[in-house]
Design a protein around this ligand. Sequence first.
Ligand SMILES: CC(C)(COP(=O)(O)OP(=O)(O)OC[C@H]1O[C@@H](n2cnc3c(N)ncnc32)[C@H](O)[C@@H]1OP(=O)(O)O)[C@@H](O)C(=O)NCCC(=O)NCCS
Length: 139
Amino acid sequence: MGAADAPAVGWIARVTLGSGRAEGDWRSDLEHPGYRMRVADDGGRVVGFSACSLAADEWTVMHVAVVPECRRKGVGHALLGTALAEAAAQGATHAVLEVRRSNRAAQALYRRFGFAQVGVRKGYYQGPVEDALVLRVEL
Ligand SMILES: CC(C)(COP(=O)(O)OP(=O)(O)OC[C@H]1O[C@@H](n2cnc3c(N)ncnc32)[C@H](O)[C@@H]1OP(=O)(O)O)[C@@H](O)C(=O)NCCC(=O)NCCS
């Protein structure tokens, strides 16, 4: 994947995460040497993406998102599995992420990979304001 995926990633982020980021911001992320982004492709159409980063031995999962009509088909599982395999291969010892307290679907996905809650960030999210659960897994 590369900068050419920015329009698709931007659109998916908008419809799934409510992101208001500009396409150019996603293009920068896709080209950022410290970020690890992957897209899921279904017959030539981008249906999901993951965005992660690696700093020292810590892998951060920033986003995993799948278009609504393609959910519960294993796409999110494949994206996260690929990301965590890449994390381990690149020397990360653990992975961390934040997730809305109300986001049961994402929490269920993360728990499938062994993520467990290690903290709470009060009022971390805006629109609506909500706590973030901090999850972590050893790799
Ligand atoms: C979270 C998300 C990425 C899951 O993607 P997905 O492709 O539907 O996930 P999968 O089909 O691979 O599901 C894998 C497992 O996750 C769990 N899961 C996924 N969606 C679930 C739901 N709605 N309810 C309960 N468990 C769910 C299940 O354990 C599932 O395994 P199963 O289908 O065998 O029961 C997707 O719902 C999404 O894009 N949500 C909006 C964006 C978002 O909230 N991202 C996370 C931000 S932190």
